[in-house]
Design a protein around this ligand. Structure first.
Ligand code: NDP
Length: 293
């Protein structure tokens, strides 16, 4: 039996349509256009593509996009000054500083400088702490997208065994916290985990965010499990050139899993959609509005 393929592209389109409706509603009822500021320092080509896509999708959702493309030579002080300015601007509801930053700028100092209520990347320690204690917070976009995708397969995640492989503050840790909030039983595995295949085989939902191409094999997966592959790895093709693969050996995993995200076209497209969702959330929080469940 071949697994159901979880279509992240289609789900992201649906989510962006809902966000556009919410943005229109905020404009009608409060005269507010949610605004997202994206800051890019340096000229990393991959980051440039992400920033362009974010800006386009922000505008398509009827929101305001403010882009800052700054030279790699920018000082940390100058970047912190810009963030302070964005923190107090009433037309900016979300601030995202594209990572990685040039080596002379501390990503930690920069993330810590963003006002927590505008931290749409969900990386500020205040938001990480709120998430850890189960309080409403702005949550990192990629894990948020993963949970939404898992819910397209299982309406209710309560009681499910979830294994998260990877413990980064960007993906693994917040994903684990989100699944705990969904009343799942969560195991977090990492590079020191003993017998990783056996740990993975316990999972009803297996989320892999490691950055090792095709690490997870078919016999690591419980038959019928839902597999969420966050990894994005560029590998050489036999025929020359390169291709993108995930952390899961998709061709074999699809024969065992019940549902699985492809790479590309799975988790990736959800990330920007969740960034826009977070910008709506921060706008509503500023207006003192109730958040949707
Ligand atoms: P990090 O490098 O920050 O974290 C990787 C994690 O994997 C670490 O916790 C590490 O363990 C663990 N790990 C490494 N090797 C192994 C192994 N052999 N067995 C078990 N665990 C291992 O990566 P990120 O979390 O930032 O990203 C992970 C992947 O997700 C990457 O491919 C990245 O490109 C992709 N990604 C995709 C996004 C999307 O939008 N689709 C967004 C963000 C990331 P330890 O802590 O012990 O070192």
């Amino acid at each position: 039996m071949s697994a159901r393929i979880i279509d992240g592209k289609a789900e992201a389109i649906r989510l962006r349509a809902r966000i556009a409706e919410e943005a229109a509603q905020l404009k009608r009822s409060h005269g507010v256009v949610p605004g997202l500021a994206v800051v890019l320092v340096g000229d990393d080509p991959a980051s440039e593509v992400y920033v362009r896509n974010k800006a386009t999708q922000t505008r398509e959702a009827g929101m305001a996009s403010f882009e800052y493309r700054l030279p790699a030579s920018l000082s940390e002080r100058a970047l912190l000054d810009l963030i302070e300015e964005l923190n107090v601007r009433s037309d900016v509801n979300g601030i995202l500083v594209q990572l990685p930053l040039p080596p002379h700028i501390s990503a930690e100092n920069v993330v810590n400088a963003i006002a927590p209520e505008k931290d749409v990347d969900g990386l500020h320690p205040t938001n990480a702490g709120l998430l850890a204690v189960g309080r409403p917070a702005l949550v990192p976009c990629t894990p948020l997208g993963c949970v939404i995708l898992a819910k397209t397969v299982h309406e209710n995640l309560r009681g499910m065994d979830v294994v998260v492989v990877g413990r980064s503050s960007l993906v693994g840790r917040p994903a684990a916290q989100l699944f705990i909030s969904e009343s799942c039983t969560v195991t977090v595995a990492h590079s020191a985990t003993r017998d990783l295949p056996a740990v993975c085989r316990r999972a009803d939902i297996l989320l892999v965010a490691v950055g090792r191409p095709l690490l997870v094999k078919a016999d690591w997966i419980k038959p019928g499990a839902t597999v969420i592959d966050v990894g994005i790895n560029r590998v050489a093709k036999d025929s020359g050139g390169t291709r993108l693969v995930g952390d899961v050996a998709f061709e074999e995993a699809v024969q065992v899993a019940g549902a699985i995200t492809p790479v590309p076209g799975g988790v990736g497209p959800m990330t920007i959609a969740c960034l826009l969702a977070n910008t709506i959330t921060s706008t509503k929080l500023r207006l003192g509005l109730q958040l949707a469940a």
